[in-house]
Design a protein around this ligand. Structure first.
Ligand code: MRU
Length: 356
């Protein structure tokens, strides 16, 4: 697959034309405003990830990759040890912005691997290698999403109803996306699905982003509140559930946006196949089970007041606001990756995938 600069520039995260900053489409402003942000400092990159201006596991990884390159441009070029220490410090800082999606640390560590492996080279040369590595991260994501979309498409047929949760489309990745990829690829090929998008409380990624992306692409999408999924399934309108993932453990348990495990439990009840779709960069073989995945806790105001003219609960009321939950691998029909469709037993088959 040939990926051009134009392909990359068309993505929600990319390197600026002058290659000195990271450009992101500010996802907090969608669907009402298309605003692009220019990120130049470690603080700006950290904040953009933290507030979800850039979000979705692969997009966060791409942003971190480019971020590390952009930050390397500002470092002292004379001394390798000082350069290396500064890059590691900033990498650690970026990783601390959000803990659950493995793609963030995966991308930062991949960039640091380039720094560590080239101690014998002058710093400007290492900076050049970091540039190439950050581009490679995005190119690979574009390729992986295309392959995931093909595999996902092979599991559904024209006219099927598909339910999705959160947003795992191009905004969260690169072209096509993961969970939404088969729907977009299908549309291009004249295969039509009827998609149900959970609004995805509390930050409404389903309403603000998924229904926006699908509607713009001409896909038949119906927005539902999260608590309507059961009825929609009972009505017989859903033939498959496609969701993204933020970290897949070695036994197939996976973290995704809060509410995903509830969808999986409902799907099991109604006998509907339930799939997670993600690039191999989201599989963390160092994480044995879902119990080992750190779940991000977020500000209670996101539940109580963020979307309302006035607070919807007393300020003294306690809130529990985890950003993700873990879906047990036993609820999962298959994991759709860029390397193929992985069926149970997941521990055995994921290990085989990485041994390859
Ligand atoms: O908190 P978010 O919006 O970053 O959560 C995103 C998700 O849970 C996505 O489903 C996941 O990152 C996969 S994106 C291809």
């Amino acid at each position: 697959m040939v990926i051009t600069k134009e392909d990359r520039m068309g993505c929600s995260v990319h390197l600026a034309e002058d290659e000195k900053s990271v450009i992101i489409l500010d996802q907090t402003q969608l669907p009402n405003r298309q605003v692009y942000l220019k990120l130049e400092t470690a603080e700006e990159i950290y904040d953009a990830i933290k507030v979800l201006a850039v979000r979705g596991a692969p997009a966060i990884g791409i942003c971190a990759g480019y971020g590390m390159y952009v930050l390397s441009l500002k470092k002292e070029p004379e001394n390798y040890d000082i350069f290396k220490k500064a890059m590691h410090d900033e990498g650690e800082y970026l990783i601390s912005s959000r803990p659950t999606a493995v793609n963030l640390s995966w991308a930062v560590n991949r960039m640091l691997g380039v720094v560590d492996a080239n101690a014998d080279k002058p710093v400007p040369e290492i900076v050049g290698l970091l540039h190439d590595e950050s581009i490679a991260i995005q190119n690979e994501d574009i390729e992986m999403c295309a392959r995931i979309s093909e595999y996902g498409l092979s599991l559904v047929k024209d006219g099927d109803g598909i339910l999705t949760h959160c947003n795992a489309g191009p905004l969260a990745t690169s072209k096509y996306g993961t969970a939404i990829g088969p729907m977009l690829l299908g549309k291009e090929r004249g295969i039509n699905f009827r998609v149900f998008a959970d609004e995805t409380r509390p930050l409404l990624q389903g309403a603000r982003l998924t229904s926006y992306e699908l509607e713009k692409a001409g896909v038949d999408v119906t927005l539902i509140c999260d608590n309507m999924a059961s009825l929609v399934m009972k009505n017989g309108w859903v033939q498959a559930c496609f969701v993204g993932c933020d970290r897949i453990a070695a036994n197939g348990d996976f973290a995704n946006k809060i509410g995903t495990s509830g969808v999986a439990i409902l799907a099991k009840h109604y006998g509907i196949p339930f799939y997670t779709l993600g690039p191999t960069s989201t599989i963390d073989m160092n994480c044995p089970t879902g119990d080992d995945i750190r779940i991000e806790q977020r500000n209670p105001d996101e539940i109580k007041e963020m979307w309302y003219k006035e607070p919807m609960a007393l300020s003294s009321v306690k809130c529990y606001n985890p950003a993700f939950d873990v879906t047990d691998h036993e609820l999962l029909t298959a994991i759709i990756t860029d390397q193929g469709i992985i069926y149970p037993p997941f521990d055995v088959n994921l290990r085989k995938l990485f041994e390859k």
